[in-house]
Design a protein around this ligand. Structure first.
Ligand code: NAP
Ligand code: GCO
Length: 266
């Protein structure tokens, strides 16, 4: 093995929904490893914020507004990236939403909206990028799954269904396109401190911790919430030549929570 196998020097990486949060953490790590960074967000103002945040890290990221659920917008985005960089070596399907609503109270349109972003969009982005990866003879697709690709809990039926589907889409892309030297894997983050989970960590009116916050810390052997930085090493590995024989795998980066039955109540 050559340490250069972990380098991303000269690679072009598109991370969706990466103005902040997990996507921003992953893209920043890719830049540190030598990749050129492309990212999108839903709205121009968030893209501008993202560009500034990357600049503060010395990263000259190419950002644009694109709704990843809209096939025409994704096609136009890929054409823009290919026109500017001539290639897309790495696609990270990171953009995602969650709606925490008890299933029987959830509207079909809310359910569809979550599945649209968390499952249909990764399909659209991957199917648009794969022909270019086939042409260039290699590619890496990394889908940001979730512990909810394996487990359910109250109020997250749409999200769990989408992330469970994303796990199987990952395996299917690996199966269908592995022969073109395209590796498709997933990262399954545990509970990560980002805007998406902020409602689960809010201080209570009496200043105490949110019950869910205390619950997750107790359920996680590492005894803490994860951070986007915890995902950077695994994401670099799956984007690099060091993982060229890893395909169809979901790498859970969760502090051990999926392995742990939980502490005996005192
Ligand atoms: P976040 O803070 O909510 O950020 C999500 C990003 O996706 C935002 O930049 C958002 O843009 C963008 N986005 C949403 N819908 C989009 C669309 N239709 N088109 C383009 N961009 C869109 O989420 P996060 O915590 O960083 O999570 C990132 C990914 O990791 C998600 O797939 C999430 O499901 C997954 N995940 C998160 C955790 C966790 O604990 N945080 C754990 C496991 C998996 P706007 O800002 O414009 O809305
Ligand atoms: C929730 C959380 C989780 C995390 C993550 C866990 O409400 O349970 O939002 O779903 O986002 O997906 O891996």
């Amino acid at each position: 093995m050559d340490p250069k196998d972990f380098s991303l020097e000269g690679k072009v990486a598109w991370v969706t929904g990466a103005s902040y949060g997990i996507g921003f953490g992953i893209a920043s790590a890719y830049a540190k490893m030598g990749a050129k960074i492309v990212f999108n967000d839903l709205h121009e103002d968030k893209v501008a914020l993202g560009i500034e945040s990357y600049k503060k890290l010395g990263i000259d990221a190419y950002g644009f507004a694109c709704d990843v659920t809209k096939e025409e917008e994704v096609k136009a985005a890929v054409e823009k990236i290919i026109a500017k960089f001539g290639r897309i070596d790495i696609l990270v399907n990171n953009a995602g939403i969650i709606k925490r609503i008890p299933m029987t109270e959830m509207s079909a349109s809310d359910f569809r909206a979550v599945v649209d972003v968390d499952l249909n969009a990764p399909f659209i982005c991957a199917k648009t990028v794969i022909p270019h990866m086939i042409k260039q003879g290699h590619g890496k697709i990394i889908n940001i799954c979730s512990m909810m690709s394996e487990l359910g809990r109250e109020t997250v039926s749409a999200y769990a269904a989408a992330k469970g589907g994303l796990k199987m889409l990952t395996k299917n892309i690996a199966s269908e396109y592995g022969e073109y030297n395209i590796q498709c894997n997933g990262i399954g983050p545990g509970y990560i401190a980002t805007p998406q989970t902020a409602p689960l960590r809010e201080r209570q009116p009496d200043g105490s911790r949110h019950p869910f916050d205390a619950f997750i810390v107790a359920k996680t052997p590492a005894g803490r919430w994860g951070t986007p930085e915890d995902l950077q090493g695994p994401a670099v590995f799956l984007a690099s030549d060091a993982s060229n024989f890893v395909n169809g795998h979901i790498l859970y980066v969760d502090g051990g929570i999926l392995a742990y039955i939980g502490k005996q109540p005192q």
